[in-house]
Write a protein that binds this ligand. Sequence first.
Ligand code: SF4
Ligand code: SF4
Length: 694
Amino acid sequence: MEGIQSVVQLTSYLVSGRALFVIIHILGVVCFAYIVAKRLVPLVRGQRDLRFDQPLVRLGRVLKFWLGQWKQPRYKTAGTIHIFIFAGFIVLAMRAFTTLIVGVSENFVMPGLSGKAGPIYNTITDYAATVVFLCMVIAVIRRLVFKPARYAVPARFGKAHTPDAIFLLALIAILMVADSLFAAAKAAAESQQGQPLEVLAVFSLPWMLQSILASITLPTLGRLYFGAYLLHEVTFYFLLCYRPFGIQFHVETSLFNIYFAKLDREILKPVRWGVSEEHLDQVKSFGVKTFEDFTWKHMLDFYTCADCGRCSDNCPANAVGRPLSPRFITTKARDYAFQHYPMFGKSGNGKPLIGNIYSEDEIWSCTTCGACEAECPLLVEYIDKIVDLRRGMIDDGNVPQSLQKPLKALESRGNPYGKMEKKKADWTKAKEFQQDCNVKVVDGKNGADTLYFVDSITSFDDRMQSIGRATAKILKHVGENFGILGSAEKDSGHEVRRFGEETLFMALRDHNVEAIKASGVKRIVTADPHAYNALKHDYKDVPPVEHISQVIAREVKTGKIQFNPVENASSVYTYHDPCYLGRHNDIYDDPRDVLDAIPGLKRVEMTRSRDRSFCCGGGGLMLFYEPKEDQRMGVKRVQMAAEAGANVIVTACPFCMVNIEDAIKVAGLEGKMTAIDLAELVEKQIAGESQTVA
Ligand code: SF4
Ligand code: SF4
């Protein structure tokens, strides 16, 4: 090029352009490699995690969640901005690489871009640089002026990362300006020299800069050209090496984090990967106690979190002021990793996490509802980590006072209430109910096709027994040959496992599996989503299991279940998705289809529904735990139902029923709002059946 030289030929004060850029490249790449190698040290020291199976499925998820940015639109403004930035980065990647190479090899053209494709690609990248620049400006304004609440960091969780975020956004904006100025200076010089002109995309950032530079002298253009190139190189490598020190590390790690993300979300991780249950007694320490007890994948999660706050924004524990906000479970661990695995010097400190970076209450506050995981665009996992931290506390004998009694009762009696086993089937003995429905106890002698697995809360809680009776009546109505295990049934252990008591869970499970096998049933039905989740995902070698809502939906379709119209036309119903039916098992439509099949039933949807449903607060032994909180989750949920215009909340889980009915009283809505279980409502509305369940 005449007039302005190529960047290779330009001479700085000390060295030729080529030498300068070779030095920058080498320094940049070596620094980046060193930093990444240091960041990998804790992962190498972390626990095993088997994430190398099903490569095609994993690649598919990379296409969906990484390349396709699947979860970003759940937050419209931030999501749209992110999609534009991500798309811009992908488009600009080749241009950035070409620009880097041009510094040492002036005639370099990316293969495939030497012909007609070149100008087309350049036009696209001109616009991409412009869009990314504008997105940076918008993102900075959002952070500084509009300050979305979810970015705030309460003092108890540490410092806000806003300055870091702004600095990084500014660096990316500088990179875009430098890239555009480089192209604009070159085009302006070519224009002045009457050379064949590289056309810049109209109204793009390079195009606008070219218009500004049109009247500048050639020597000044030359300096601008060189300066823009140098700025681009330095900013590029600085960004590359700076990102692993903060939230922008996700640019490098997100692809890997999504590839290695958990495929079977519902199955809790084992106590130790690679150690079978039979050999658990050889494990010296259960769960996570120190940072190095996390698995390498969980550490990768810590690096990958973009600090967007969506998990916490949807966390019910955070919403009611409990001392838990999932985002900070991650950012505190990341800060710990950065502090204790420095770039230079000794790494690791082995101090317990509980008491140093996490509090006990923080970890007990989780209901394992899964809202955080459903929301995270980068598939960061929380439940396994929280359960692992609980396993660690339990292993150290660190059990909250209020949970000691139910745990002892589970050990001795197989239920958290400490009731006698022989009373397990007492709910079937209500006089009126027995006249309609005789529930048999299945064992080796009395067989049945279907087992109704009742679980503890429905068996022993006076109010919830009504759900059991309604379920039994529905099964009878559809002609099911069913029975219960009676005293042979112990608690499913679902909450016990999520509480971190793996050994007790295993004992309960093994007892139930044996009893189920001995009963000879071909399938299992339950009305309790927690039991459903346990039987489906935590148990092995048991017959297929269905939730009663699935049975009802199917029988409505076959015509075996028909409904009378609702009596009270002024009732407005809303359906509350139980976490372990909806989010954990994707059963959203069956209960709604059933409600919509009842003639005259008016149903409204709460804003937070389906996979954004708001937990009632009942999961993870929470019925027995008294967390510190400003408000009960159930109360917040009842208020949401009232805001939606409903006066009847339908749910399909006895745990939800306990919390919601209680919350109606606490919220002062008695007489204005009622709650009913789907099974109870169905039994009440079935055409031609007795309408008494109590
Ligand atoms: S599982 Fe639910 S309660 Fe626990 S951290 Fe996630 S959103 Fe919060
Ligand atoms: S864990 Fe996911 S949702 Fe939560 S702040 Fe990090 S990136 Fe955002």
